[in-house]
Design a protein around this ligand. Structure first.
Ligand code: ADP
Ligand code: MG
Length: 354
């Protein structure tokens, strides 16, 4: 659908070392903690007094992304975002990444450069250093394994397990849009496969498409929390849908919860798309995934700090009834939250990040 390669250099023309050089030639380092970046057997980092956070994510072609609708540059950008989001979810700032790449000869050097352009754009925007990686061949498809490091003073770090009963449950932005974007892209792919002369009809859906193709990790929230002098009591990023993430917070904190359907922030474009596909918009928010917003809890005594703040949506509260995690519907009915399939998504395909 997005095929427009002009020049094609085969990977075999370059060989591993020249490929690495070509992909990393414009890499600069910015972080104080980066002592030595790409080029030696290992990077050297110095975090002084801060705690170091470390997380890794694997992205597999055909499982987590589909090349037929994922532009290469966006793929690179998103691969970084998925990782930065995990560090933001600890209330820490990302500092370095390494990139493991396994690539089949189906990919040209130019295609990999395009992926790297997206990655480096993300690194620049979020002030993260690319300090190393590994490059090897794959017999089928593309595998991207990214490891991210972050740092934070120990007192700022927020875990999943430390929510308290009565804490308010808050979301940093609207949910379900990335899934709505995916629904549209899949539909257009099917149409295109049946008749390649039909142009994609994606007019008017920029927001949900961007949420799917070019998500932003909420690293900005880490700074917001600092500005507000607010430490969430627990936090997780929303990669798999609100339902599964709220269950994680409850289980790790040994608590229950009550969230309110009418409080879940959903963009009007998401509502339109969901309705087109005969889905309840709330299902997209609960089970769609890939929103990369933050889900966190705050003590009731901090209510004034977040009250009226743009982008903070209070959707419910934690309870000490471990066995009940409920969604209160608009009609007042209590529906138990399950990780998959509050309704229509039971047969959802597995093309999503984890
Ligand atoms: P080694 O043989 O020790 O694994 P490599 O030749 O694989 O070293 O890598 C040389 C340098 O290039 C190292 O600093 C490594 O971290 C870096 N590097 C290798 N592949 C990548 C990649 N895909 N992206 C970024 N840096 C890479
Ligand atoms: Mg190597």
């Amino acid at each position: 659908m997005f095929e427009n390669r002009q020049k094609r250099t085969e990977l075999s023309e370059l060989g591993e070392f020249r490929l690495i050089d070509r992909l990393t030639k414009s890499v600069a380092t910015r972080q104080k903690s980066t002592v030595l970046g790409i080029g030696d057997d290992a990077a050297i980092l110095n975090f002084k007094k801060n705690q170091v956070l470390l997380s890794t994510d694997l992205l597999i072609e055909g499982v987590h992304f589909d090349m037929s609708y994922m532009p290469l540059k966006h793929l690179g950008y998103k691969a970084i975002m998925v990782n930065l989001s995990d560090i933001a979810a600890m209330n820490a700032l990302p500092t370095q990444i390494t990139v493991g790449l396994a690539v089949s000869n189906r990919y040209s050097v130019e295609a990999l450069e395009e992926i790297y352009a997206g990655m480096l754009l993300a690194c620049e925007k979020y002030n993260v250093d690319l300090v190393g990686g590994d490059t090897t061949s794959s017999t089928s498809g593309l595998i991207i394994a990214i490891t991210v490091l972050g740092e934070a003073p120990q007192k700022n770090i927020v875990k999943r397990s430390t929510a308290k009963s009565g804490d308010l449950i808050v979301v940093s932005g609207d949910l379900g849009a990335a899934y709505a974007g995916l629904l549209l892209l899949k539909r257009e792919k099917e149409v295109f496969e049946k008749d390649p002369s039909i142009q994609p009809d994606l007019e008017g859906y920029t927001y949900v498409l961007e949420r799917q193709l070019r998500p932003e990790a909420r690293v900005d929230m880490v700074e917001r929390f600092a500005d507000l002098n607010l430490n969430p009591t627990s936090m997780i990023d929303i990669s798999d849908g609100l339902a599964s993430e709220i269950i994680h917070l409850c289980e790790e904190s040994t608590l229950g919860c009550q969230i309110y359907e009418e409080k879940i922030p959903i963009d009007p474009q998401t509502v339109t798309v969901a309705e087109t596909f005969n889905m309840h918009p709330v299902t997209c928010a609960l089970n769609g995934g890939e929103d990369y917003e933050l889900l966190f809890t705050v003590s009731q005594s901090d209510f004034e700090k977040i009250n009226g703040q743009a982008g903070f949506h209070i959707i419910g509260y934690m309870t000490d009834t471990v066995s009940s995690k409920n969604l209160i519907s608009t009609s007042g009915e209590a529906i138990p939250i399950t990780a998959q399939g509050w309704d229509g998504l039971k047969n959802k395909e597995t093309t999503r990040e984890t």
